[in-house]
Design a binder for this molecule. Structure first.
Ligand code: AMP
Ligand code: MG
Length: 267
């Protein structure tokens, strides 16, 4: 899975990253789903252990084009985990109150505490993505945010947060299919926003913004992964693998019980 990780400072040309890649798995879609299910069971155990141990904090950042699969990833990868220990923070257009503060204000307060996994559905990276593409602030303002973000994430890591960042990479053609499906299927229509079409017209500008983000903000403390996301099953499999491996490496243990519990019999 290391081939999907961006090294610090690595130049990124997304045209060279195949959104339909599936080269890290030999089997077909059904086999892939089965493998994800097994990883999911392990994920449940690891999340329980994380919660019980109460030592580590896990932050997962998801970014993608519209319809890139952020919601689906959350549903599948964390299926069966305990909602007491897993939180999702979705970042929308900032409110007036949020805009009255610096752009990391709303982010910092949503970061995980000990024993928690927090998933960011969009994040502070919007402040160098949509904000950059739409000139919501001048270039010198968004331009210095990459450094702020690296310093902020380094601070979180120094204070005990494990950070993983996933850019879900879909093709423009796959987006077309997914947006069309949102229009065609009544139960998906609520997800369609007319604004998504205007964003789609700026596809290339977004790609440039994602490339800059990936290249400038993938660090040892908080690496970016470019996840091939045209195939949903492969996307779920790759992310599950990276997460399980990362949690396994934390070498967690259940807390020691209070001593002398062995002889106790409940009347
Ligand atoms: P959705 O995730 O589909 O509900 O859409 C949320 C919308 O909020 C997207 O269009 C984002 O680009 C937008 N958004 C999120 N964060 C920011 C931000 N910091 N500034 C401006 N727009 C944002
Ligand atoms: Mg949307």
């Amino acid at each position: 899975m290391d081939r999907y990780r961006i090294n610090p400072g690595q130049a990124v040309n997304l045209a060279q990253w195949d959104p339909a890649d599936r080269s890290e798995f030999e089997g077909d879609k059904d086999a892939g789903r089965l493998a994800t299910k097994e990883l999911n069971n392990r994920m449940e155990e690891l999340q329980e252990l994380l919660y019980a141990e109460g030592k580590h904090k896990i932050l997962i950042v998801l970014q993608a084009m519209d319809s890139g699969g952020k919601d689906g990833t959350i549903r599948h990868v964390f299926d069966g985990t305990n909602p007491q220990g897993v939180k999702v923070a979705s970042f929308k257009k900032p409110t007036e109150k949020e805009l009255a503060h610096d752009y990391l204000w709303r982010i910092h307060r949503a970061t995980p505490g000990t024993g928690e996994i927090t998933i960011f559905n969009r994040s502070h990276y919007e402040d160098v993505l949509v904000v950059r593409v739409h000139n919501l602030v001048p270039p010198e303002v968004w331009g210095r945010r990459y450094d702020h973000i690296n310093a902020f994430e380094q601070m979180l890591a120094d204070e005990g947060t494990t950070i993983l960042k996933f850019y879900l990479h879909i093709s423009k053609d796959e987006q077309k299919k997914r947006l069309q499906a949102r229009l065609d299927e009544p139960h998906k229509r609520w997800k369609f926003a007319k604004g998504d079409l205007a964003e789609r017209e700026r596809w290339h500008e977004y790609i440039e913004a994602f490339e800059a983000m990936l290249s400038k903000t993938s660090t040892v403390a908080a690496p970016w992964y470019v996840i091939p996301a045209d195939r949903k099953w492969y996307r779920n499999l790759v992310i599950s693998k990276i997460l399980v491996r990362t949690l396994d490496n934390l070498d967690m243990h259940y807390p020691e019980p209070e001593d002398d519990l062995a002889g106790i019999i409940i009347e």
